[in-house]
Design a protein around this ligand. Sequence first.
Ligand code: ATP
Ligand code: ZN
Ligand code: MG
Length: 397
Amino acid sequence: MATADIILTPTVSIPEHLVGEVQSKLAYVDEAIVSAAVAETGDQITLHLSQPEAAERQAELSEKVQRVVTTMVRGAFKPKVQVLEDHLDRRVPNRADPMPELLANGDISQEANGIYSLGPLLTRLINYFESQFVDLADSFKALPYRFPTLIPARYLERVNYFRAFPHSLTFATHLREDLDAIDHFAQHAVCDEHGLNTPPESFAKIQALLSPAVCYHLYFALADKPLPNGQLAATAVGNCFRYEAINLNSLERLWNFTMREVIFVGSKDYVLENRETARQRMQTIFEKIGLAYRVESANDPFFIGEFRKQAAFQSAFQLKFEIRASLPFKQSTLAVGSYNYHQDFFGRNLNISLPDGSPAHTGCVAFGLERIAFAFLAQFGLDPTGWPASVRGALNA
Ligand code: ATP
Ligand code: ZN
Ligand code: MG
């Protein structure tokens, strides 16, 4: 009997520390894949397909999966995970998944995969966490900025984003300035279950994308000139977009999410010292909230071909640390924020110079607002009577 599952043995066994990374990339292998799982032991991959496929297509899928595995695994070495703080043993009252109750109560509603509206409960909770992050920014006298949701393609090109993260890009376009194309669209555009049916030639060439991060906009604003005063602390909140395909999942992984960042631009010491001070100040804030989490070294989700080299580089130079909050209902953790140091990558590529003529260093502290609220609810439940007094008080709940 035809089956819609393909079970594969990887040509190289996947080491434990890469199981999650490989699995997340299988989302981008082929449109026929509905879900994919790598066994914890790293020696088996199961692909669930939307429908049974002929032998030839199955072989093609297998080849693509093997290509992902060999590219990511061959020559990879296990990074030493550095733990800066560990408060995962903090006792929290809730063990249930908050999603079913949030949906049933109308506290959130799903517009599409990875796209949610948030009602008053989550909005108030996010406002409270935001106020804590803004206090952090104020403690550095960070200057406030507002950035657009769109980001020009040529900007992302200048910082090598297309090569590093092509899989998660979201493109913005519009109809060509052409009466016939616009009239045709107005008369014939219809949505089916796959999306909007429109001839691709109706659309203009892509000039802009939906922004994947907040701090990039600041670096672009500072590009091609000396940095005034030689240092800058800034803060902004913004919509961010990362297309995470079949990995889009509950409030944990959204296509459209919000990030608050505190950003430092200056000398190496200035950036590294402030990143560390920010971490220490956040430690006090998370303690007051009662969050169970740990801070450990991590790497960015680079695409397959870039992954091995870039991830090794990031971990060798301790460029990224994630705040990973416990999700008791699935006995795992979720990154609710990160402490990042980019060395002089943006300073060099965007020509931001310090008073001595050398390129500026940059770093950012980034918080995912939906994720911090979700992790809080996963740990404390939806009933405010079970919440820490500090959070309850701030919400008048
Ligand atoms: P992950 O490891 O979960 O893929 P990331 O390493 O890509 O996240 P960063 O680039 O460090 O995340 O972004 C900063 C923060 O933004 C993350 O810690 C997280 O809280 C939030 N974030 C990132 N991607 C998403 C997403 N798809 N949905 C919701 N929040 C997100
Ligand atoms: Zn950033
Ligand atoms: Mg990460």
